[in-house]
Design a binder for this molecule. Structure first.
Ligand code: NAP
Length: 534
């Protein structure tokens, strides 16, 4: 399928006067074609079209919604090598990584299709009427979750397929029943368009209304600002910088009708290595650490940017082994010149602290290639410099040397909110770990034991979230099926006549027999209850 460079507004393909080009970050070469820059009028049309589609899209049979998500996955596969090659060219990420990311994008769409079919997300509840209850009768009360309305999704630079035009936020919002308007990331506009065509074509094939999905490209803040400010938009999904996420949150909060922004922004993902683990397998931990840190040039939100351990000869050996492994790491291509410049500024900043020493550097590169970096500092200095915990997006990490377990606890307590925390431990470390766990539970969204935070499983029990600044709302996740809840709200029907109830709340085959619900607080699996059935 040729890349057109046009906007996708519902089922219309739209050219604009203003244009920009994609850049191959490995060579700096500009790529064909020219891409449209969406203006305020285009944003307005896409958002109005989404609003017009909302009631029809949300009320189609859930089986059709599920088929739509499966068709999106099938169409991504159909986009073939062209999609994979373009994504690699626009991001500098190797083909193998892009292929596996395509698999993830498809599997999360299919997983959400299954979620839609099963209907748990509807959150159905029924408290039947109790006309004879004394002193007051109870009315018939039924609850279900309904979608919020059109959702604006910002494509992420670091996941051109799994977190962009056809990525996790889009899958969750469409599964919830929300039309989506995507603002593609300007670093991979061709990839974004191809993925968007897969979704748009699936919508058409499934007979969905035109505004179910739109895709806007552009390369300035104005587009994103206009999108979040548009009155038709009812929620926002974002992955990117803290500055960008905060700017969008401010716009959303200052609207006549404020809306939720689910922004995933910055995290340094602390790793605690307890003494027993360091003694038992320091070398293996060092090797796993450097692999996780330098994977994909460190451009993962779960990158282990901070390590805490107690001063000891074993820690010295661990630092030496980590340094040796890191020195052998070649330069990694970064997603864009801007991201590479940010990384360079970050390591110059951290390396510029007099009390921070360099443990090792990887091989240096050219252009937009990142040189890996490992630093160390003593805990009292870290505790006195809040800026040391700012995320450096890329393959850089800081080891904080603590005098004892109590000091590890103090550092953990001083940390901002994080996506993950990892603890390496042996049985002898369990007592120390038990003391940190309550702190970690307050600080992070996922606690990893004896593993590495990179590599986020897309499943039902995953939390890819956490307190600010990891995300703007710690009550949710952006990876895994729980993400659907961000785009839903509960509504209660009191004494609603049966024929006016939404199908899933009726006591017939469309409702009680098809979807699970809580009846008087008791869980009733679908099909397992025949009470009230005529
Ligand atoms: P970004 O600059 O925050 O941009 C993300 C998206 O938001 C882009 O579409 C951008 O588009 C838009 N945007 C940014 N600021 C905006 C604003 N003030 N108003 C309206 N829209 C805005 O993130 P990035 O381009 O992915 O990377 C830049 C830096 O973000 C990285 O160096 C890294 O530090 C951080 N980052 C962190 C993670 C993470 O997972 N923790 C992931 C990716 C990036 P326009 O530029 O076209 O407006």
């Amino acid at each position: 399928m040729p890349i057109t460079g046009r906007l996708i507004i519902g089922y219309e393909s739209v050219a604009t006067a203003a244009n920009f080009r994609a850049v191959d970050p490995t060579s700096g070469a500009q790529l064909e074609p020219l891409f449209a820059v969406a203006g305020a009028g285009d944003v307005d049309r896409a958002c109005r079209s989404a609003a017009a589609a909302f009631d029809q899209y949300r009320q189609i049979d859930l089986a059709v919604r599920a088929t739509f998500l499966d068709t999106c996955a099938a169409n991504i596969l159909k986009a073939g090598d062209e999609l994979v090659e373009r994504a690699s060219q626009e991001t500098g990420l190797p083909l193998a990584r892009i292929q596996s990311e395509r698999g993830r994008a498809m599997s999360q769409l299919r997983l959400f299709a299954e979620v839609v079919r099963r209907g748990y997300f509807l959150g159905l509840r029924h408290d039947p009427a109790l006309p004879d209850r004394k002193p007051l009768a109870r009315t018939d009360l039924r609850l279900r979750n309904i979608p919020l309305g059109p959702v604006a999704v910002f494509g992420a630079s670091n996941f051109p397929l799994a977190f962009s035009a056809a990525g996790g936020d889009v899958a969750a919002a469409l599964a919830a029943g929300c039309p989506v308007v995507v603002k593609g990331h300007p670093a991979h506009p061709g990839t974004s368009e191809l993925a968007a065509m897969a979704i748009s074509n699936a919508a058409r094939e499934c007979g969905l209304p035109s505004g179910t999905y739109s895709h806007l490209s552009g390369n300035s803040n104005e587009l994103g600002r206009a999108l979040v400010a548009h009155p038709a938009i009812k929620a926002v999904g974002f992955t990117g910088s803290r500055v960008g996420g905060m700017a969008l949150m401010k716009i959303a909060a200052e609207r006549a009708e404020p809306i939720p922004v689910y922004a995933e922004m910055s995290s340094i993902n602390p790793v605690v290595i307890l003494p027993g683990a360091l003694r038992a397998r320091g070398d293996a931990i060092a090797s796993g650490y450097v692999n996780s840190l330098t994977l994909g040039a460190g451009q993962f939100c779960t990158n282990p940017g901070l390590v805490l351990a107690i001063d000891s000869p074993e820690l010295g050996r661990f630092l030496a082994a980590s340094g040796q492994a890191l020195s052998a790491v070649g330069p990694g291509p970064m997603l864009s010149a801007g991201i590479c410049a940010n990384y360079q500024r970050g390591i110059e900043r951290i390396g510029g602290y007099p009390a921070v020493s360099s443990v090792a550097r990887g091989a240096s590169g050219t252009g937009s290639q990142a040189q890996s970096a490992l630093f160390q500092v003593h805990a009292p200095v870290f505790l006195a410099s809040a800026a040391m915990q700012e995320e450096i997006f890329g393959p850089s990490s800081l080891v904080v040397v603590c005098s004892d377990a109590e000091e590890i606890g103090q550092v953990l307590e001083a940390l901002e909110g994080q996506l993950t925390a990892t603890v390496h431990l042996e049985a002898e470390d369990h007592a120390a770990a038990a003391k940190f766990l309550p702190v970690l539970e307050r600080k992070v969204g996922r606690i990893v034991i004896n593993g590495w935070p990179t590599g986020v499983e897309v499943c039902h029990a995953m939390v890819h979230g956490g307190p600010y600044p990891a995300t703007s709302d710690s009550r949710s996740t952006s990876v895994g099926t729980l993400a659907i809840e961000r785009f839903l709200r509960p509504i209660c029907y009191q004494d609603m006549p049966a024929e006016l109830l939404p199908p899933e709340l009726r006591d017939d085959e469309a409702g009680l027999l098809r979807y699970p619900r809580l009846v008087d607080g008791e869980f009733v699996a679908h099909g397992s209850m025949t009470r009230n059935l005529k």
